[in-house]
Structures are given as structure tokens and as C-alpha cells.
Design a protein around this ligand. Structure first.
Ligand code: G6Q
Length: 549
């Protein structure tokens, strides 16, 4: 076994945390600010452009000490060393997990099966940057001699979500290329995009680690057909490139070997935006900004690998999340970025977090009897306030929420930024402080309501408060800071997987649906629908045969 293997519930610190939970569960966060005079100082951290305030949480200094003890008992430090050193910690697929190698700073060798992979990473990056420069300068021509103005990323899951989220997040740093993303298998998705592009000036990036993914191959084939309806076969090499590990399949698709950008087994799909899979990002913002994205992530990697647990931002976020998930029995966490640029960060992190840690079997292969992966949801700042914040403020569920904001806006637009930041801060204050019945009554009195009206209305206007938040206040949305922010969540995923004693880097849970859909497709094509359960049989008939209701 490459990773430590402990049932967390059997560790001393876990039992101590259970007792501690009973002892402090009735204390409010506001009270804790009274009793722990140094609370803010102890629970707020500054790292480069980041200010991370963890003080608005239902926990004490003792809680943090016990959580750190839990991490040590679970041998987190040795697990971190295995992660960064390229051991095959993705044991069910016998692979290393080395997205960190793609953004490693310095010249230290990183070995996989005894071989240093850093020269290969450098070569892949040089190829990607060289290609991006050719396209961006207009030197790379389409088949009619025009330069490229649009790129279409054809991929799904890890080959789509990261590139799409980052490209959108860094739109401000964009250039003359318009990026598009095709992922879903329904023809409608790519058809709407084809309406907007010109085949003579578009570059198609087919991204699939395996090059066997139904959605990606169907889209790539249909788009290729559409392209060839106006262009000659020889034009393929000027308009199609592939990012994959499967060279044979790419060849069969007709993409020239020089148009292939490598991917490696030691990078998982949902952690691959740092590799050639990020080609659409590299094209959309240019190699210099892409390099800064890598640098930011690399700097956060160093912080995570080298900082002591008590000052380690990703580790502390992970431990606090475990505290809510396993001791407070919170089911979900919200992630609210206060910028429209990061509107898809929650969707991106849903995959990272839920695909990685949505596991019910531990590292021994035994069913687990404690809670693992949290449900992740969220939307961008003030939009979310006008949509689902009601439930976070006054609902019955405990929803620890991450607030991510940027001190400076990218564009100067009057007092918009001041308004945004005021909302950002006010929400965490409101969630923690709430509004007491006495305050509500006083406000209503001042409005001139009768005693009876006040008694009737007051309960609905009370906010119980004591709702926990983490605040991540970052100087500015730059490629570097975005890289670091994503890396924080990647490492949070890792820490939680270690403590929950699960394998975070496989995703067997997405296989069964794929298998069954292929079987149904075959049956439908062959008009031989074999016995399923009654509901499934009827749905198949309903979808594929006319005359059914
Ligand atoms: C991510 C998953 C998954 C994967 C897609 C696409 O970690 O492995 O989302 O990225 O299924 O796979 P291909 O890149 O092989 O097409």
C-alpha cells in the first residue's frame, strides 16, 4: 500500500473530536470571538496575494488542534510526500498522480517508474507554446490562407470543464481568438456552435485522454464531416489537432502526428488543465499568461508541501470541511465566487470534489460507515444572493460556505467594485451575526407597526445566525492567482481523501451508465430490445418506437 491506511473513526483524535463536539456544539461563533481574544489572529492567514479568514466558523482553537492531531495520526505528512514524489497513489489504476509536476518550479527531477518526467513535460510545453505563438501571430494559416480567429475545444468531463472554466475566468486576458466548447453528445450542442464559426478560420482541438469517449468522438466525427462538406481532406491538418495518450486512435481519425499534443497517464482528467489539455486556455490567453497560471499553482503546491499543518491553507480548509461533514453532519458546501468571471468555478469544482471523493469503499476495499464526499454547489456572488441565499440564511440545513472575492476589479467601473465588496463582506457578517428577535421588533416598531402586527411578523424576520463561512480575499483575478486558487481546492481534495481513507483519483462510478448506454444503443440499432426492468423497457420503447405514449 502506497498510502497510509487508517479507519479515521478509530483514531484517538476522532474520538476526542466527538467528545469535543458535544462540549462545544452550543457555543456560537460570535461568543467564541468573546472568549478567544486572539481568535482572528489565530485563524486568519496571509499567503502572497491571498487573505484567508477562517474565524467565522463553529470551532475553537482546541478544535483546530484536534483536527491537526487527526491529520497527523492519519499520517498526512507522509501521504503528501508520496503524492509529490510520483508514487502510484492512484492504486486502483496503478498510476501516479502528478498534475503538480506540470507546474513544478525549479529543476528537481520527478520520477515515474524510475524515469525523470521533467524533460518530457518541458518538451510538451515548448510544443504547445510554439504552436500557440504560430496561431496567435497569424503565421498558422487555414486551408484558404486565412489566419485563425476561432478555436473549438471538443472534449468532455476533465477534457472540457477545466479549459472552459479557466478560459472564461481569464477572458480579460484574452486576445483575438474566440474560444468555443463542445462537450455534450446531443447534436444540438455542436450545431449551435457551427452556426457561429467559419471553417476557413477555425481550429478544432479534439481532446480525449483515451480517445474512446463516445461524446467526444461523436462530436469530433460530425464536426469533421461538416468541415469536409466545404473543405478538402488535405485541409484537416491545418484545422484539427488532438490531445491524447492514444496515438493509434488519433491516426485512425486522420490527425497528423505533428498535430498531436501528448497527455500522460499520471495526470487525471479532472486535474489536467495544466497539461496540453489546457491548449485552448493557452491559445485564448497566450503562453505568457498560461505560464503564470502554472506558476501560481506551483507556488501553492510549494506552500502545501512545505508549510506546517497549522499554517497550511489547503489542509486547514480540508480539516474544517471534515469537521462539518463528519461531526456536524453537514451534507453540502457552497462555493460563492464574487465575480462573474468565476461563474463556472462551482461547476468545475463539483467534478473535482465529487468525482474524487464521492466514494463509499475505503482503501482496504471495505464499505465505509462514515460520511465522505460533500455535495458542492454555488453560483457567482450577487446573483446567488438573489437566488438561493434565502436557504443559507434561514433554512434548516447547515451549509458551510466559501466566499471568494477580489479586492481589485479588472475594469474600473465607478462604484461597482465598492458595492460588490460591500455585499461580499455583508453576507458573511449577516450569516454569522444573524438578527435577533429584539432587533426585529425594534425595527418594526420604528416602522410604525402595531404590537399585534409585530408579534405576527417578527418570527419570519429573525435570522438565527451562527452560519459558518470561510473568506478567501484575493488581491486581483490574475492567471497566477487563479492557478493558486484552483490548486488550493485540488489539495483540499487530496487531504480529505487521505483522512477519509479512500482513493480520490479513480472514478469507477461513472462507468456503469456508460456501459449500459452502449448496450441500449446496440439493442435499439439491432431492434432487439432485451429484457430490462419494466420501467427501463417502457422508456426504451417510448423513446425509440413511434406510437408509444
Ligand atoms: C476525469 C474523468 C473524466 C474524463 C472524461 C473524458 O477525471 O476521468 O471526466 O476526463 O470522461 O475522458 P477522455 O479525456 O478520455 O475523453
Amino acid at each position: 500500500m502506497k498510502l497510509p491506511n487508517h479507519n479515521p473513526t478509530q483514531l484517538t483524535a476522532w474520538k476526542e473530536l466527538e467528545a469535543h463536539f458535544s462540549a462545544i456544539q452550543d457555543q456560537t461563533i460570535l461568543n467564541l470571538f468573546e472568549t478567544e481574544k486572539d481568535r482572528l489572529n489565530q485563524l486568519a492567514f496571509t499567503w502572497e496575494d491571498f487573505y484567508v479568514d477562517l474565524s467565522k466558523n463553529r470551532l475553537t482553537q482546541k478544535t483546530i488542534q484536534l483536527l491537526i492531531k487527526l491529520a497527523k495520526e492519519a499520517e498526512l505528512p507522509s501521504a503528501i510526500a508520496s503524492y509529490f514524489s510520483g508514487e502510484a497513489i492512484n492504486e486502483t489504476e496503478n498510476r501516479a498522480v502528478l498534475h503538480t509536476a506540470l507546474r513544478a518550479q525549479g529543476n528537481t527531477a520527478i520520477k515515474v517508474d524510475g524515469e525523470d518526467i521533467t524533460p518530457e513535460i518541458k518538451r510538451a510545453k515548448e510544443k504547445m507554446y510554439g504552436f500557440a505563438k504560430e496561431v496567435l501571430s497569424g503565421q498558422w494559416k487555414g486551408y484558404t490562407g486565412k489566419s485563425i480567429d476561432s478555436i473549438v475545444n471538443i472534449g468532455i468531463g476533465g477534457s472540457d470543464l477545466g479549459p472552459a472554466m479557466v478560459t472564461e475566468a481569464l477572458e480579460y486576458y484574452g486576445n483575438h481568438l474566440t474560444p468555443y466548447f463542445v462537450s455534450n453528445v446531443e447534436g444540438d450542442h455542436h450545431k449551435e456552435i457551427l452556426k457561429k464559426i467559419d471553417p476557413e478560420t477555425t481550429l478544432f482541438l479534439v481532446i480525449s485522454k483515451t480517445f474512446t469517449t463516445q461524446e467526444t468522438l461523436s462530436n469530433a466525427n460530425s464536426i469533421r464531416e461538416w468541415f469536409l462538406s466545404s473543405a478538402p481532406e488535405s485541409a484537416i491538418s491545418q484545422h484539427f489537432v488532438a490531445i491524447s495518450t492514444n496515438l493509434e486512435k488519433i491516426d485512425a481519425f486522420g490527425i497528423a502526428p505533428e498535430n498531436v499534443f501528448p497527455m500522460n497517464d499520471w495526470v487525471g482528467g479532472r486535474f489536467s488543465l495544466w497539461s496540453s489539455v489546457g491548449l485552448s486556455i493557452c491559445l485564448a490567453i497566450g503562453p505568457d499568461h498560461f505560464e503564470n497560471l502554472l506558476r501560481g499553482a506551483g507556488a501553492m503546491d510549494q506552500h502545501f508541501r512545505d508549510s506546517p499543518t497549522e499554517k497550511n491553507i489547503p489542509t486547514l480548509l480540508a480539516l474544517i470541511s471534515i469537521w462539518y461533514n463528519n461531526f456536524w453532519q453537514a451534507e453540502s458546501e457552497a462555493i460563492i465566487p464574487y465575480t462573474q468571471y468565476l461563474r463556472n468555478l462551482p461547476a468545475y469544482l463539483q467534478q473535482g470534489i465529487m468525482e474524487s471523493n464521492g466514494k463509499g469503499v475505503d482503501r482496504n476495499g471495505n464499505a465505509i460507515n462514515y460520511q465522505t464526499g460533500t455535495l458542492i454547489w454555488g453560483a457567482s456572488g450577487t446573483n446567488a444572493q438573489h437566488a438561493f441565499f434565502q436557504l443559507i440564511h434561514q433554512g434548516t440545513k447547515l451549509i458551510p460556505t466559501d466566499f471568494i472575492g477580489f479586492k481589485e476589479s479588472l475594469h474600473e467601473t465607478g462604484d461597482h467594485q465598492a458595492k460588490l465588496l460591500s455585499n461580499f463582506i455583508a453576507q458573511t457578517e449577516a450569516l454569522m451575526c444573524g438578527k435577533s428577535e429584539a432587533t426585529v421588533q425594534k425595527e418594526l416598531e420604528e416602522k410604525g407597526l402595531s404590537k399585534e402586527q409585530i408579534l405576527q411578523l417578527a418570527p419570519f424576520k429573525v435570522f438565527t445566525g451562527n452560519r459558518p463561512t470561510n473568506t478567501l480575499l484575493i488581491k486581483k483575478l490574475t492567471p497566477y492567482n487563479l492557478g493558486a486558487l484552483i490548486a488550493i481546492y485540488e489539495h483540499k481534495i487530496f487531504v480529505q481523501g487521505i483522512l477519509w481513507n479512500i482513493f480520490s483519483y479513480d472514478q469507477w462510478g461513472v462507468e456503469l451508465g456508460k456501459q449500459l448506454s452502449s448496450a441500449i444503443l446496440e439493442e435499439v440499432k439491432n431492434k432487439a430490445i432485451t429484457a430490462h426492468d419494466p420501467s427501463t423497457n417502457h422508456l426504451i420503447k417510448n423513446c425509440f418506437n413511434e406510437g408509444q405514449k
